[in-house]
Design a protein around this ligand. Sequence first.
Ligand code: GYE
Length: 336
Amino acid sequence: MKKFGRISLVLSLTLSMMMLGACSSNNGGGTAEENSGNSGTKSTNSITLGFSQVGAESGWRSANTKSIQDSAKEAGYTLKFSDAQQKQENQIKALRSFIQQKVDVISFSPVVESGWDTVLKEAKDAGIPVILTDRAVDSKDTSLYVTFLGSDFVEEGRKAGQWLTEQYKDAAEDINIVELQGTTGSAPANDRMQGFKEVISSNPNLKIIASQTGDFTRAKGKEVMQAFLKAHKDIDVLYAHNDDMALGAIQAIEAAGLKPGEDIKIISVDAVKDGMQAASEGKINFIVECNPLLGPQLMKVVQDVVDGKSVEARIVTEETTFTSEEAKEALPNRQY
Ligand code: GYE
C-alpha cells in the first residue's frame, strides 16, 4: 500500500488543487486557492460523477455499489456507473469514456494496484480530478489522484493475525494454516496477506502450508478449499480474505464431513450479513470488519473537490472485529 511522505502529501495536494483549478468551468483558470470563494462552486445538482466499480463479486461489493448509488442520488449528482466485471481493461475503457464525456469528477475502485499511470495521466491532462475509493493504486506519482478513501487493509490483516496468535499462544506443536487470497494483485489481497504474515511470524508454530487465490468469490473459495482439503489432511485454520470465500469454503469443509469453526477454525474479513450469520452459528470464529458503506463520505469529498476545498490525501474508514459471540449480538442491527 502506498505510504504518504509529508512532502509528497503536500505536493499531491498542491497538484490536485491545480488540477481542480483547471477543471472547474467557471473559475477563470486560477488555482483552487485563488478560487476558493463561491465563484468556483458548482451547484450540487449539476455535478456529474463517473464511477467505475470493480464488479459484483461479493456481498461487500453489492453493499458498496448500493451505498454509492443511493448517496449519489441523495446528493443530487448525476452518476455514470460502470461495472468492470473484475477486469482492468474494462475499467480503463470506462475511465476513458468518462474523460470523453467530460464528467466533473472520476472515482473508481481499482481492481488491481498496478498499471494505472497512463489513464490517470489522461484524466489529469483533461483536468478531471480522480478520487480512489476502496482500493489503492501503486502509482509513484501521487498527483495523479486527489485522495484515497478506504480501509487500511494491512491493519485488517494484522487484526486477523492478532486473534490467531492469541488463540494459539500456548500451542506446543505446529498449527497448519491455509489461506484463501483475494484477487491476485489487488490491494486487499496484497495487504491482508502482508499484515497477517507480519503478526503471525512472531510465533514459529503458526505455519501457512498453502495459499491460493479464490478471487473474492464463493464459487472459487469452495473450489480452492476442496483442493486444499484433498492435498492436506491436517488443516487447523483457514484464513480467508473475505466472507464470501469463507462461505464457499464452509460448504467444502462440510461436504468433506468436517465441522467448520471446530475441526477447522475460520477467520475472515468483511463482516457482511451472511458472514456474520455464519459467525453467529459458530462456523466462522473471527471476522475483521471492512466497511463497504463509502458512499456518503465519497459524495462529500466530491463536493469538496468541485468546490476547490482542500481534502485529506488519505481518508481511512473506521472498523472493528467480531468473535462468534459478538457477531450474534451485532447481527440484528447490521445494515449490510
Ligand atoms: O473485502 C471483498 C471485495 O476491496 C475491500 O473486495 C474490498 C474487497 C472486499 O470483493 O469482499
